[in-house]
Design a protein around this ligand. Structure first.
Ligand code: TYD
Ligand code: MG
Length: 452
């Protein structure tokens, strides 16, 4: 028998090498090379059989229909997908174990009430049934299958002709064309490529669930993310009940949209009004709390920032932040120190974004510094005030985008006053609002107006 040919593959980026190496020359990761058996492809090793011959066409001759989107009956899920599921598309959903990927996908599939094939390599049909019962949705149209071999999966798809296919998870699927173990780079790559061909040929959307690695990105080769049409990340702190779905890649929509869910006893509930959830409901005014008018995607919402500033117990003060970039926090502290004369270098500073969500919107800066000042001075900020502004290195309050939407949201939720950058003034019509708008240009002004 001929000796089996093996090669080493980087499990992070998929690069191959004939010998084991400690550091990947392509992605720079250490200790990621694993030996895998490679099987030379013969001419007709294409897993799905021969594909029809395609000819080049003139772009002007191509028949164009506005891509029909399938309504998933789940507003948050639709939003993240860019308005619905596209026929024949491949959607990859990644997230930490136990975050609720299987729940989300099963729930969406059940609610759509179209012929679904749910293939699980991780759970038995009984376990899936148990989950379906918890979710308590109509289960008439959903077929489940415990299978890991891709060839068998395709046979079942051919026979059943489902409208939508779920694969939980892509790391458990394997093809017998390749001998390496399931979850390895070559298996994932080959299986996903075959799935893509089937999806496009049969025009069936596939929802793939993917595991993530310790850095938080989807496990397996980077090419996996290139092959699929949409990559969604399901995240959230496990101790919090909120879950956020965001697109990191989307061929059919924007990647700035987020979907917010709450994990309940009977599945995931859509949160269509996030502001209520992201602000604590307490009635008293407490120091160290401030509200920011933020935007994620196209949706404005108000979010609570909490800070605690106290004298450092040890020599080196601690700085810690949850949901907000720690480097940015350090920068804002330096700005406060330099521009507003606050002695924060001997203080511990803790910052927390309520609800366990991560915010990338720079407009939250103004609320962050206000909450820090409020905690440091131990003066509460009235709960009728909110903020929207970016803070620059020289202490200037910079304008932020879509200021009118932010103000409108603040007004809608009953705020009486909003602090924004004075440079936003000329780009908006202030008279349409009946909320008191305070224009500020510098950090010192905020400090003087609020705490004087
Ligand atoms: P699961 O979907 O299995 O997570 P994943 O597929 O991402 O690993 O769900 C994990 C958690 O969700 C589990 O710990 C229990 C919880 N859960 C609920 O709180 N309510 C529910 O209705 C369901 C189905 C799960
Ligand atoms: Mg699961």
């Amino acid at each position: 028998m001929a000796k089996q040919k093996t090669q080493y593959f980087c499990q992070n980026c998929g690069v191959s090498s004939p010998k084991w190496v400690g550091k990947c020359s392509a992605c720079g990761e250490w200790n990621t090379f694993v030996e895998e058996i490679v099987v030379k492809k013969t001419k007709n090793s294409e897993i799905t059989g021969t594909t029809e011959k395609q000819k080049p066409e003139l772009i002007s001759d191509i028949d164009f229909k506005v891509e029909q989107r399938i309504d998933t009956k789940n507003e948050e899920f639709n939003r993240v997908l860019g308005g619905g599921l596209i026929h024949g598309s491949l959607v990859l959903i990644g997230g930490e174990p136990g975050i609720g990927k299987s729940t989300l996908v099963l729930q969406v599939a059940l609610n759509m009430n179209v012929k679904t094939l749910y293939i699980s390599g991780e759970e038995s049909p009984q376990q899936l049934k148990l989950r379906a019962e918890r979710i308590n949705a109509d289960t008439k149209n959903c077929y489940v299958l415990s299978e890991v071999l891709l060839e068998n999966i395709f046979t079942h798809i051919n026979n059943l002709k489902p409208d939508i296919v779920v694969i939980d998870s892509i790391q458990t699927v394997q093809t017998d064309k390749i001998e390496s173990s399931p979850g390895s780079v070559s298996q994932i790559k080959e299986c996903t490529a075959s799935i893509l061909r089937v999806a496009k040929q049969k025009n069936i959307p596939f929802l793939l669930i993917g595991h993530i690695n310790k850095e938080g990105s989807i496990a397996g080769p980077k090419v996996l993310e290139h092959i699929v049409d949409t990559v969604l990340q399901f995240e959230g702190d496990r101790s919090f009940m909120y879950r956020i779905l965001r697109a990191t890649k989307n061929r059919f929509g924007s990647t700035s949209e987020i979907g917010i869910f709450e994990m309940k006893n009977d599945g995931l509930r859509e949160i269509s009004n996030p502001s209520e959830l992201l602000m604590s409901q307490g009635d008293e005014d407490l120091s160290g709390k401030s509200i920011s008018a933020s935007i994620e995607g196209v949706r404005p919402f108000l979010i609570e920032v909490q800070a605690l500033v106290s004298s450092a117990a040890y020599g080196t003060p601690q700085r810690s932040s949850t949901g907000f970039d720690a480097k940015r926090l350090n920068m804002l502290l330096a700005v406060l120190e330099k521009r507003a004369g606050f002695r924060l270098s001997t203080k511990d500073v803790f910052l927390n974004i309520a609800g366990g969500i991560k915010v990338n919107d720079p407009a939250i800066d103004l609320a962050v510094i206000s909450s820090i000042l409020s905690s440091d001075l131990d003066i509460a900020i009235s709960k009728n005030i909110c903020f929207a502004g970016e803070v620059g290195l020289s202490g200037e309050i910079r304008p932020v985008n879509r200021i009118e939407q932010r103000i409108a949201e603040a007004q809608k939720l009953g705020f009486k006053q909003i602090y924004i950058s004075k440079y936003n003034k000329k780009s908006m019509v202030a008279t349409q609002f009946n909320i008191d708008i305070k224009y500020v240009g510098k950090v010192e002004e905020v400090f003087r107006q609020m705490f004087a």
